[in-house]
Write a protein of this length. Sequence first.
Length: 232
Amino acid sequence: MKEIIRKRKSIRKYDQAKLEENVLDKVRAKIAELKPLYPGINYTVEITDKAKGVFGVTAPHYLVFRSEEQEGHFENIGFVGQQMDLFFSASGIGACWLGMAKPEDKNAAALPIVILMAFGTPAEPLHRELSEFKRKTLAEMSEGDDARLEAARLAPSARNAQNWFFTAEDGKIRCYRKTLSPVTGMIMNKFPQIDMGIALCHIAEESESFTFGKESGVPDRKGYVYAGTVGA
């Protein structure tokens, strides 16, 4: 996925024709083999054709990510969801995270909804050149040297805010997410956590082996919350 990470883009314009059933079967197969960040957290991924609150992004299909609510569940959904985003991009299918959307069909018995992802045949270029990415520099979002930080830098995030910071040393990457103000946090609190999971997915894709967990005694970083360490 290294090449895909360097050319994927969020697709907001779609051909409204449904994907062929054999293509949807491949999507379902990918969902079944997703690797969670936290295997102990129960989550589901469903396909639906109708969603509301999509804010101008109308697609023929949507993924609905649901999860039980416990520590790390937002990061977990970001991690598995970005695996789907990369899969779509590698398969010639457009996709886009939809932070405020919900499925039209209500299911009171299902797990709580976390976030949706639009997908379908793109009606705009599927990929872009590396020079077209609008991202912070590595110096603005990290300290230390680790080649995998470039993949994290290119990860998508809500409002393209990149509310994360990474420190790399001795093969480990310590991950921090920005602390939101009380007012902003009431509305946007889940997004920096989902975004952290998305960035961790990119790091995992470029790791020969990947582990993630909490260390003790990690230095505080003003304005940020410690999320965990790659290689812990």
